[in-house]
Every structure is written in structure tokens, then in C-alpha cells.
Design a protein around this ligand. Sequence first.
Ligand SMILES: *Cc1c(COP(=O)(O)O)cnc(C)c1O
Length: 460
Amino acid sequence: MLAFGELGAEVDSRPRGSSAQSQSQSQHHYIHSFSNTQHNTQHSSAAIDSSTCDAAKISLQTGHCGHCEALSINVSPQTTRFTALPKDIQQLQKIDPSKLSISKTTTPKELTPPEELVFGRTFTDHMLSLEWTASQGWLPARITPYQNLSLDPATCVFHYAFECFEGMKAYKDSNGQIRLFRPDKNMARFNGSCARIALPTFDGKSLMELISKFVALEERFIPSTRGYSLYLRPTMIGTQRTLGVGPPGSALCFVIASPVGPYYPTGFKAVSLEATDYAVRAWPGGVGDKKLGANYAPCIVPQMQAAGRGFHQNLWLFGEEEYVTEVGTMNLFAAMINKETGKKELLTAPLDGTILEGVTRDSILALARERLEPEGWAVAERKFTMKELADAADEGRMLEVFGSGTAAVVSPVRKISWKGRLVGCGLQEGQEAGPVAQQMKDWIEGIQYGDEEHPWSVKI
Ligand SMILES: *Cc1c(COP(=O)(O)O)cnc(C)c1O
């Protein structure tokens, strides 16, 4: 059995009958009954007409199973980003949520006491899964007991990393109502990731409807205490059994859920970063702007190296100019006094293909434009360099720096190691967060937990 650490997923390659966990569910339809299905039909061939979408000029030519080398993806040289999804493709990938079947567990888990929760270690009773085949499209969704996957060792996800995922949360408000935060954004991003690695797309509204039903079923796992939530992990994998390199003829979308506690249980704790130039996380024309599993494993060794030198995370720099891009797996914001205008400025890197399009990033930008600009702030998505940050620190113009992401909302930064020196990020000794980071966390959590009614918070 292979264990996959943080994802908590295990792949059981033994026959189903030998798995103790699956025996109790033997009367149910196996989730992964596709695993031994011969892929004997011709792959569907998808041709995306570049006239319908100038952002994604791709054409796929596919051969028979086992001859998938026939794949060719031609991206026009001017195109550095896959963004829009062609309409005809979207229409092919309909999900019918009314066909959902639910088989409940007969052995409900005991709840972990909230204070003992460790991120991504405990999971709820059930999982949501949907299979897709090139010939049949999306098959009816199923909610089943949480269980191992059974996949042939030749399954394409294990060899060529056909995998992408999302990270989002469900919150319980003071009335016990369950809420999601901007789930449409996660669905759109998930579709963008899938499309980029030749996995099927889907209609986001229907998947949201299914996820809502799944979350409602797992209600008892969502702690009502402020700061707690149910972390949701929608995942898509290519499941075709072949060593041929080509578009998967079958796929599995599954959603698992993990109750999580606050990122900072005892209040903010500012982190220190190591500016990293010897390893590159993302580059123009690459896939760093997509949530592909393959983007994350290569970041662990640089992170361990930074940790060995006493820094929590990598600050990913890009290019000879040393543009500041992201921190660890979060977006980065810097607040400083602009040298020319003398105005307070909140900065983050633009979406140029090297930046993951964070939902939190977008929310912070929108709130800053709505609520900080009237107070005299300038808000800018623009490239900025490590030298600009260091100059601001040297000239007393640095106000604060923080990361942003679903897990923590914001994560304040104390200092950055760069070229043998430490660049201070505006916090006083003993101060763990600047006022903008604190304000953003309060505003966003206020919306997530329904203290402030806002269109971003979706009741399920
Ligand atoms: C997921 C992720 C983020 C944050 O995105 P949110 O939608 O705000 O959680 C930022 N950077 C990277 C590299 C990520 O994977």
C-alpha cells in the first residue's frame, strides 16, 4: 500500500475483497469500478477552434488507446495563458446533479475534539465522486463512505501527473447555517486547471450543487467555533490505464473534506522568509498559475533548505530583475509608502502566468479598492522587485508584508533574508501583524462566518 502523506489518500492495489474497509460496503456499487475497465474505445477527439477563443489556441489529435503518442498540443507562440474555456467544450461536459446517489456509512466516525485537529489529517465519513469517460461524459455522482481508491498501477495519474485540485472551506455561522466563500471562483479555477492538463471540464454550478449536498451531509463535522471550518478538497485525476502519453480517456473527480482549526490558534505569529532565486516556482508560459499537484512536490526541497537556515518559507523571486511573486503556497502583499507620490500603496504581483489566482488575493484587492482607497490608499497589481522592498525598508517607507490564502486568510511577514542581509517588513518587536493584515482578516472572516451579509458568502 502506498501512502500519500498530506493528502491522506492511499491507493490500495489489492483486490477489493481483501480490503477490510471495503467489505462492509460490498453491497454498494464500488466507487472505482472503472479501475479494471478496458479502455477499448477510441478517444474522443477534441478540436478547439481558435476562432471561438483567442486565449486558448489548442488542437488535440488523439489516437487509439496505447497509441496516445499521437497527442499534439500546439499553443500559438504569442499565447502564454490558458484562460477562457471554449463554449462548445463546456457544453459537452454537463453534469446532472439530480442523478446523485447516496449510500451512507454504517460506521460513523467519532469526532476529533476541535483543539486536537491537525490540518488535513482527519476526514469526514463520506466522499463525493464522479467518473467521466470520453465516450459517456460525466456519469451519475455518488456520495459513498470515505474509502481507499483502487487503481491499476499503470493508471496515467501515477506516471504523468494528471492531477489538479482545489482548496476551499465551509463555515458555520452563529445560527448554525453552513456557508461557502465565493465557491464560483474555485469552480472556475478548477476548470482552468483541468483544461490545461487535458482532464475533462464540467459545469461549475452542478458540481457546486453536489458539493453543497455533500457538505450538508457532513454537517456534524463542521465545528461551530469561530476560526474552525471544514476544508474541502475537490480533486481531479486521469484514470486511464495506459503508459501511453496522451489525453486521459477516463477521469475521476472526487471531493473529500477535513475539519480544520484556526491557522493561528493563539493569534498571529509573523513568519520570516528566505528570498529564493536558485529554484523557480513558476515562469511565463508555464503552469504555476494552475493548481496542479505537479507544482507542489518540487517546492518541498527548497522549503526544507530555507527551514534549515531558520526561515519558515520561500519568497519566490523571478528573473534577473528579482520580481517578487509568491510566498510558499500563498500570494504576497506589500504595503509601503510610494516613493514618488508619498501615498500609502498596497501592492501585489499581477496575474502574468507566474501567479496563482488566489480567491483570497482577489478578495483582498476588492476590499482594499472599496474600503481603503477612500482612506487615501492606492491599490496596485503591478510587478515589483525585491530591491524595491529593500529600498522601502531602508528608507523607512515599509509598512507591512503578508501572505494570503484560504488556510490562514493572511499570514504576516516579519523579515526577509536576501543577499546576506535581513530586510525588515515594518513590524515592531513583539508586534505580530500590521493593521492592514489584521483588518483584512477581520473583514474576510466577518463575511465568511456571516457576521456581515455579503454576496461572497453563499448559504447552502
Ligand atoms: C492555492 C494557492 C494560493 C492561494 O489561493 P486561495 O484561493 O486564496 O486559497 C496561492 N498561491 C498558490 C501557489 C496556491 O497554490
